[in-house]
Design a protein around this ligand. Structure first.
Ligand SMILES: [Zn+2]
Ligand SMILES: [Zn+2]
Length: 259
């Protein structure tokens, strides 16, 4: 069992060393550090980076030195990876950054639509239905563009909208089929993401219907706990191991690790 989606203090997670220790004690064979990274030059993105300190574009070499040390100290594979914010306008900047940085693999994520983080319910709570439908359409359009861009090894939490009550349950089988078709022609694979699996909402990304449609299109999947705190890794990793065995899935390794 390897976990390909973990955050550290190089974005919004716990200390690199504590996360690695937790992964080792959980009995994992490998863990991939995928800190948040955004390379958009728009003013809003710049200010978000300075306010939240998601600066892996500036600190990845320092983190890499840290990862090298951890590889000496811990008995597990440790991958030097990234979770990039994706927006179609940033494709050239993302491509240039990923080529320069040379990570072991890259995750791409659609976190925002129309400048709004889709995980913040208050952005969408008072929207008229037509506007909310447009947000859902935009989200899936961006996700298809992410998959078609072939910039990434993994697409993260592909139905992230399900975390957000006003957007939950709004996606249709048609949205899911469009995404599934894009995956069949791309090197990018979706992940089974357990970031909200053990909460009251019990959300696994992608949810049942989406996962079934991906299966019908023979889309491979990988796995990630999306942990931000050391205590999250063991339970989520156990959950994922059980989930893949119950569903008969055979998770693949991110393409970058096979090259
Ligand atoms: Zn994410
Ligand atoms: Zn994440």
């Amino acid at each position: 069992m390897r976990d390909f989606h973990v955050h550290s203090n190089y974005s919004d997670g716990g200390f690199l060393r504590s996360m690695a220790r937790a992964a080792e004690s959980a009995g994992l064979e490998g863990v991939g550090f995928t800190d948040h990274c955004n390379v958009a030059s728009r003013e809003r993105a710049e200010s978000m980076r300075s306010v939240y300190g998601f600066n892996l574009d500036l600190t990845y070499e320092r983190r890499r030195q840290g990862i090298e040390r951890l590889r000496e100290d811990f008995d597990l594979e440790i991958y030097d990876a990234v979770e990039m914010d994706y927006d179609p306008r940033d494709e050239a900047a993302i491509d240039a950054f990923l080529s320069e940085a040379g990570f072991d693999y890259a995750i791409g994520s659609v976190h925002a639509v129309g400048g709004n983080n889709v995980q913040v319910a208050s952005h969408f709570a008072d929207m008229p239905d037509t506007e909310r439908d447009a947000v859902v359409d935009d989200y899936f359009e961006k996700l298809v563009a992410l998959v078609e861009s072939e910039l990434f090894d993994i697409a993260a939490h592909i139905d992230l909208l399900e975390r957000t009550p006003p957007l939950r349950g709004q996606a249709t089988a048609d949205h899911y089929r469009r995404v599934a078709r894009a995956f069949t022609d791309s090197r990018t694979v979706p992940e089974i993401n357990a970031g909200r699996a053990l909460t009251d909402a019990g959300i696994v990304h992608p949810a049942d219907q989406f996962l079934t449609i991906l299966g019908e299109h023979d889309v491979a999947v990988t796995v990630g706990t999306d942990s931000h705190h050391p205590t999250e890794i063991p339970d989520r990793a156990d959950f994922l191991a059980e989930f893949v065995s119950e569903t008969g899935l055979e998770p693949v390794v991110p393409g970058g690790l096979e090259r």
